[in-house]
Design a protein. Structure first.
Length: 421
């Protein structure tokens, strides 16, 4: 770690801040505000605001992270110009931005700062924000590709499907199938990258002759599933051609599920790209079969649905509801947030000009992920929004990494934007 920004990032990475457990990092953030210059406010949801006199820009980032692998124990290492964590997610999403904001606060830079809480578990802080956004411009720092200024993003909704079932104890040959070698990824920006999902893979293992015993798989609502373990009738030689499957024989008898609708429901639920937006060359609507638990006489399926259109969310919900209804399951939806509609605006145009001047090129784009801009715009309908970030790969997974050179340029860009606007 060489730069002050990287050093501050390492310091906050040592503080536990998994989604739902962010109090320690919130205290750290508040302790880094020079209160002789900034007014500091904290709302009941854990959002933190720094307010500078006469600021014209608000920087916004979330301070929770998706903890995968050994996180929150994060051991940062450098590898060929990239920062990553040993055996865990890194938290560069969105810790690099948080570190930069704290660095600017230490210098008493004239900019407002909004640190939102629990973004990764349903944009909770943004949805329940009680702090004012008082500047005419808001720069979100949560995107993940250098040289791109984002002006729109997907909305989303979480779905839970439940189905009860009866079992009977029978003799036969049974196996336990578990996943190996899967890499995982972000359920939005990675959903079109042909990353194998543990839950979808396990669904494909069930055929018409299978007797389903149990299944558990997935880690986070917003992550492509890495782990999965399925117990079904069969022999290991039946599954030998699957490179990501480890098969172990299990003893007989087993309590098998009598309702064939459970397996059919599992196989019918969507995962991956549902529709594509050819205008913006981005995924339009998608589904992530995030977490599956089939045990104790109950099957539960948790999905995250995303769309660039509000109508797309409605269509995806209708599709999943139809599948659930067909196989006698109940469905509930929660945590819906609307898309950030892609529209050019004067602030984004300024940001694009600064990015082009600094990097030599710029691209305006939309993102198939849940940036908080769409929700925050409802709190500040007259403000202009744009989003930038350093290059981060494989967020929400143990392979997450951030390119160091882009972190350095990210800091330069943010400083220039603050000075120019």
């Amino acid at each position: 770690m060489n730069s002050p920004l990287e050093s501050l990032f390492a310091q906050l990475s040592a503080i536990e801040h998994c989604s739902g457990g962010t109090q320690a990092l919130r205290d750290f953030i508040c302790s880094h505000a020079p209160t002789t210059y900034y007014r500091v406010d904290v709302d009941s949801t854990g959002n933190v605001g720094f307010y500078a006199p006469d600021a014209t820009v608000t920087l916004q980032a979330h301070y929770d992270m998706v903890c995968m692998g050994s996180a929150p124990a994060i051991d940062i290492i450098e590898e060929s110009g990239w920062l990553k964590a040993r055996n865990s997610s890194l938290g560069a999403d969105n810790g690099i931005a948080v570190a930069l904001m704290l660095l600017l606060a230490q210098e008493k830079v004239c900019v407002n700062m909004l640190f939102t809480n629990d973004e990764e578990i349903g944009l909770v802080g943004a949805r329940e924000l009680q702090l004012p956004i008082v500047t005419p411009n808001v720069l979100n720092l949560d995107s993940e590709e250098e040289g791109i200024v984002y002006i729109g993003c997907a909305g989303g909704v979480d779905v839970v499907i439940d189905k009860a079932f009866e079992t009977s104890r029978i003799e036969g040959e049974f196996v336990r199938l578990s996943t190996q070698g899967l890499i995982g990824g972000h359920s939005g920006v990675d959903i079109d990258k042909k990353i194998t999902s543990a839950t979808a893979l396990m669904a494909s293992m069930i055929d018409a002759q299978s007797r389903l015993v149990s299944m558990v798989g997935g880690e986070r609502r917003n992550a492509i599933a890495v782990s999965g373990a399925l117990t079904v009738s069969g022999r290991c030689e039946d599954f030998a051609h699957h490179s990501h499957i480890l098969c172990t024989p299990v003893q007989s008898p087993q309590w098998v599920i009598e309702d064939e609708g459970v397996a059919q429901l599992f196989k019918a639920l969507p995962h991956g790209v549902l529709t594509y937006d050819t205008l913006h060359t981005v995924v339009d609507t998608s589904a992530n079969l995030a977490i599956v638990t089939i045990d104790e006489n109950r099957a539960r399926f948790q999905l995250s649905l995303r769309s660039m259109r509000s109508a797309g969310l409605d269509e995806a919900l209708e599709q999943v509801a139809s599948i659930a209804n067909r196989w006698g399951a109940s469905m509930s939806a929660s945590g819906r947030y609307e898309p950030w509609e892609a529209k050019p605006n004067p602030f984004a145009t300024q940001v694009e000009a600064i990015v082009r001047q600094t990097l030599g090129s710029v691209q305006s784009a939309v993102m198939h992920a849940g940036l908080e801009c769409g929700i925050l715009q409802q709190h500040a309908p007259n403000a202009y929004f744009a989003s930038i970030g350093p290059t981060i790969e494989a967020p929400h997974s143990v392979h997450e990494r951030v390119e160091r050179a882009t972190v350095e340029r990210f800091e330069i860009l943010v400083r220039r934007i603050i000075s120019a606007v």
